[in-house]
Each structure stands twice: as structure tokens, then as C-alpha cells.
Design a protein around this ligand. Structure first.
Ligand code: SIN
Length: 282
């Protein structure tokens, strides 16, 4: 397992608190002001909370773009993956805007998925800083694919550990009507180990997984449907309600997320940064 030192801050430690959101996924990070530099120990505690709980949440962080970028860089190389849906935020190289514009009936991320699973090196961490949010609606749901894996029978776990799954983004490109070609398909093991915690994770994703390698799509469908249904049990979930200045920061390797599409165009604007992490291991 890799050690992950990303920060070299000399700031004094703050009395940050961590409060779990649900038993299996999510933690609120309280009593911290991200506009100020944090100590290395504080960044390490945040990272550990992210790895332990899959997603961490902050409130009242009305950061400038610069402060937000600085925060992200404490967790790894901050990047803006090539996207056909998300424009770049003016004045930034790495912040993308997640928004629903006039004429879009679908929002971005409005299906269960894990980011970039269709790439050879999927993104590790994604964070959203909420800039605009309606009075109600626009929440994101998260679920733990570690918990989903751990609750399978030993027999099915053994079978899944022998399989690889193929992922591609054709369906998403079509649903979002981008008119852009899909990326070439890639495959990953169906059960991966988290590169930092070593926990096993069920690594399939409804929006992108098409079949098991060596199986047809028709043969794969019943088992994939079973796994999706199994994963979507309420006890594996949490739901985050944003306010302006809220941040959700999730670990794509071990969670799925779903952006609820219950708001109108222009009402919700999120600033999104992706950070690279340790590479996936089978
Ligand atoms: C995404 O899927 O990256 C966006 C999620 C959201 O807007 O809640």
C-alpha cells in the first residue's frame, strides 16, 4: 500500500472533527476553514476520512477559485479530464463547471456511475464546490461498493474475482446527445483492491459496464443486473444536500454517485476538480 504525502504545509493543526454520515458511507468534516492553510496532519486526517468513508463533506467553504485549487492539490495532481459535457470555468485550468443549461432535459451525472471507469487509468478523487443551488433539489447520492462487495456470498465473491468487466461510454455519449465519438472500451478486474486501504471493491458501473470479458452482453446482463440491484440497498447509501459553499469530495474507486435531476436549468452550478491518485490494482 502506498504512502501518500501530498502536502508540505507548515500551518498549525486545527481542531477538525469527523462525523460519520451513515454506517457504510460518508463523513462530515467539521470545524475547519479551508480558506486557510492546514497542517500536514490535518490534510492526512482528511485523506484518511476519505479513504475510510468513501466521501467527505464540508460546509460553508466560500473559497475563491485559487483557494479551491490549492486545497485540491494537497490530495494529488489536480486535473480537468477531457469532457464533452463540462465547460472549463473561466480563469482556471483545472476547474470544470457542472451545470444544466437551457434545453437540457438531462443533467450531468444523473445515473449511477463511477467517474472515468471507461479509461485505462480512471480518476481517483472528484470534488464539487457548490456555487449555486435551488432551495430544494440538486442533491447527490453516494453508495459504498466496498460494503456492496462485502455483503455478497463467499461463492459469488470467488466467481467475481476471476472476471474482468468491459466498460465504455457509448451509452452516455448517446444519452447526453454530444454527437461525439465514444472512447475505445477498456477492461478492469471486477473486484479491485483499494490501493490505500487494501479493501476489496466491486468495480462495475451501471452507466458504463457493458459485459464481462469473454461473455456476451446477453450472458452478462443477468449477473450485472443482480449486482446493480444488490448494490442499491438503502443501507449502502448516503445523500448530500448542498448549500452554497458546500464541498463533496469522493473516492471514485470505492463509491458510485448519482446526481438527482430535480431542478431547472441554471439553478445548480458546481465547480468540479478531479485529483489523480494511486493507480488501480486488481
Ligand atoms: C458528476 O457525476 O461528476 C457530477 C455529480 C453531481 O453533479 O452531483
Amino acid at each position: 500500500m502506498s504512502a501518500v504525502p501530498v502536502s508540505n504545509s507548515t500551518a498549525p493543526e486545527q481542531t477538525m472533527r469527523i462525523r460519520r454520515t451513515t454506517t457504510h458511507v460518508g463523513a462530515d468534516i467539521l470545524d475547519v476553514d479551508l480558506s486557510r492553510p492546514q497542517s500536514d496532519a490535518t490534510y492526512r486526517r482528511m485523506r484518511k476520512a476519505l479513504i475510510d468513508h468513501g466521501v467527505i463533506f464540508f460546509r460553508d467553504q466560500n473559497l475563491t477559485s485559487r483557494q479551491y485549487e490549492d486545497f485540491a492539490r494537497h490530495f494529488g495532481e489536480a486535473i480537468r479530464p477531457k469532457s464533452n459535457f463540462m465547460p472549463v470555468h473561466e480563469g482556471s485550468e483545472i476547474i470544470a463547471e457542472v451545470r444544466k443549461d437551457e434545453g437540457m432535459d438531462r443533467n450531468i451525472g444523473g445515473t449511477w456511475h463511477t467517474d472515468q471507469v471507461f479509461r485505462t487509468n480512471p480518476s481517483w478523487g472528484t470534488m464539487l464546490l457548490c456555487r449555486e443551488i435551488p432551495e430544494h433539489g440538486g442533491d447527490t447520492l453516494f453508495l459504498s461498493m466496498c460494503a456492496a462487495y462485502e455483503r455478497l456470498s463467499e461463492g459469488l465473491k470467488k466467481t467475481l474475482e476471476t472476471l474482468r468487466a468491459v466498460h465504455d461510454n457509448t451509452g452516455v455519449q448517446q444519452r447526453m446527445k454530444t454527437g461525439k465519438p465514444a472512447d475505445p472500451p477498456v477492461s478492469h478486474p471486477v473486484v479491485i483492491r483499494h490501493p490505500e486501504s487494501g479493501r476489496k471493491i466491486l468495480y462495475v458501473s451501471p452507466s458504463y459496464t457493458t459485459h464481462f470479458e469473454g461473455w456476451t452482453e446477453a450472458e452478462s446482463r443477468p449477473l450485472l443486473q443482480y449486482l446493480y440491484q444488490h448494490a442499491q440497498q438503502p443501507e449502502f447509501f448516503c445523500r448530500f444536500r448542498y448549500e452554497k459553499g458546500s464541498i463533496a469530495f469522493w473516492d471514485n474507486y470505492q463509491t458510485w454517485h448519482f446526481a438527482v435531476n430535480d431542478y431547472d436549468a441554471g439553478e445548480r452550478i458546481m465547480h468540479r476538480i478531479v485529483v489523480n491518485g494511486p493507480p488501480l490494482a486488481g
